[in-house]
Write a protein that binds this ligand. Structure first.
Ligand SMILES: C[S@@+](CC[C@H](N)C(=O)[O-])C[C@H]1O[C@@H](n2cnc3c(N)ncnc32)[C@H](O)[C@@H]1O
Length: 224
């Protein structure tokens, strides 16, 4: 495996397919200046999320795991002017950096950042009886992904797209003896995704500037 090659190919793809955008670069620089970990999605994956949300015609997006708002900006840019994106973040410092990045990107009117443990925020959100979300992106603490999936289904409608990041974990995902809570959570998540009667799912392995990983994608089926 050749990380240098993956990085070079990702740069080539970004140069050719992802128009240079100083707001995106500014957001990543602001994250680095604030000491946030560089665990945002790769640019090519951010653009993929953006395109998938557009293909979906998403008007309402839910994101679990904001960090500095890099993926949030990609997703919010797929929304119409009356759309809404709710993003959930545990760490107030991450949320503050994200708020500033989203403001600079001119997207504050579309994005609602909620600070606190996502499990609490999801319960509160559900109590508000919101209109269903069209597109849901799970990218927070991986051990909780099976529970986030349960909440996602409560907040979804038939046709909602659910994406989860980091489901391959350098192949560790096939290690059924792993004691890593992220691997265990992801394995449970994938098993639930595959066996749930309301979901049609797949997962893709990826290599990128962020290494060897992958994402899962599911669509909520129409009620039988
Ligand atoms: C992988 S980063 C998100 C990256 C972001 N989606 C992007 O691509 O730009 C995961 C984020 O989830 C947050 N997080 C971790 N545990 C959480 C929890 N229980 N509730 C909400 N957010 C959590 C972390 O603080 C971190 O900012």
């Amino acid at each position: 495996m050749d990380q240098d090659l993956w990085i070079a190919v990702d740069r080539y793809l970004a140069d050719n397919l992802i128009s240079s955008d100083h707001r995106m670069e500014e957001a990543l620089e602001a994250n680095a200046c604030a000491g946030l970990p560089a665990i945002d999605v790769a640019p090519s994956h951010g653009k993929l999320l953006h395109l998938l949300a557009r293909v979906q015609g998403a008007r309402r997006i839910l994101e679990v795991g904001t960090l500095g708002g890099y993926s949030t900006i990609w997703l919010a840019r797929a929304l119409p002017s009356d759309g809404q994106l709710v993003t959930l973040e545990l760490d107030p410092k991450h949320a503050a950096v994200a708020q500033a990045n989203i403001h600079r990107a001119g997207l504050s009117s579309l994005v609602d950042i909620r600070v606190g443990p996502a499990l609490d925020s999801l319960a509160k959100l559900h109590d508000e009886r919101p209109a269903p979300f069209d597109f849901i992106f799970l990218d927070a603490d991986k051990p909780n992904n099976p529970v986030y999936l349960d909440w996602a289904l409560k907040l979804a409608r038939p046709g909602t797209v659910i994406i989860a990041d980091n489901v391959i974990r350098e192949g560790e995902i096939i290690n059924d003896r792993s004691d890593d809570a992220r691997v265990i959570g992801t394995r449970t998540f994938l098993e639930r995704l595959g066996s749930h009667p309301q979901l049609d799912a797949t997962a893709i392995q990826t290599v990128s500037t962020k290494g060897y990983d992958g994402f899962a994608m599911a669509v909520v089926k129409a009620e039988a």
